[in-house]
Design a protein around this ligand. Structure first.
Ligand SMILES: CC(C)=CCC[C@@H](C)[C@H]1CC[C@H]2C3=C(CC[C@]12C)[C@@]1(C)CC[C@H](O)C[C@@H]1CC3
Length: 208
């Protein structure tokens, strides 16, 4: 008999539950891919209703959506916008995407990444895959820690992204394009402020 003793987990989010909440919220909007109607729905309504469902499930850990704290993110050649629901040392939960589409290198990360589409599509492949994997609303693209993909959101596309692992190790990738390309210091400062504020708050409350 083997007894597996599990140590305490720093995680408050369950990736399966996050995806289930997202799928339920999409279903309530008639926006799941199985209903073949998802492209006719308004992306703004979907972002708002999914955000509300996540906040209701995790009120202590998921910030309410607002439209003052959206920031751009340039990383791996891709450009998108994001709203940070939660950022701590071991996890972040964001809505990420682009109103016009985007494409780039995923980066090789120190965290597992769960990317659940809520509007539009994500196309992705690993080196050696000849055909794209296509993810539609309700589908989750899992990128394990240390692996890499080329991805695109060919047109308007939004997703809920949960990352679990060592988050500070991901940030240089998330910020490097500011130095090498965009020089958008205002957006950079806003992103650093938002992430440092949340990480410090949770660390001071014993959530790493
Ligand atoms: C949460 C904070 C404050 C910063 C995170 C910055 C970046 C590390 C991320 C912002 C958007 C992220 C995306 C991915 C990796 C990490 C980011 C660049 C993916 C490439 C991971 C794989 C998915 O399939 C697509 C993701 C797009 C967004």
């Amino acid at each position: 008999i083997v007894t597996v003793v599990q140590g305490p987990s720093a995680y408050v989010f369950d990736n399966k539950e996050v995806t289930a909440i997202v799928r339920d919220a999409l279903e309530a909007q008639g926006a799941l891919k199985t209903q073949r109607k998802y492209q006719t729905k308004n992306a703004t309504d979907i972002v708002i209703s999914v955000s509300k469902a996540l906040h209701e499930r995790y009120p202590e850990y998921v910030r309410e959506l607002n439209f003052d704290e959206w920031v751009f993110n340039n990383a791996g050649g891709a450009m998108g916008a994001m709203f940070v629901f939660h950022a701590s040392i071991s996890e972040y939960l964001i809505v990420f995407g682009s109103a016009v589409g985007t494409e780039g290198h995923s980066g090789r990360h120190t965290a597992n990444d769960y990317f659940t589409i809520i509007y539009g599509e994500e196309w992705a492949y690993s080196a050696g895959e000849i055909e794209p994997r296509i993810y539609a609303p309700g589908d989750m693209n899992f990128l394990p820690r240390g692996e890499v993909i080329h991805y695109s959101m060919p047109t308007t596309g939004w997703a809920i992204e949960l990352a679990q692992g060592y988050i500070p190790g991901m940030l240089p990738f998330g910020f490097m394009d500011v130095i090498t390309s965009t020089m958008d210091i205002t957006n950079f400062a806003k992103t650093v402020y938002i992430s440092a504020r949340d990480m410090t708050y949770y660390a001071l409350h014993g959530k790493f």
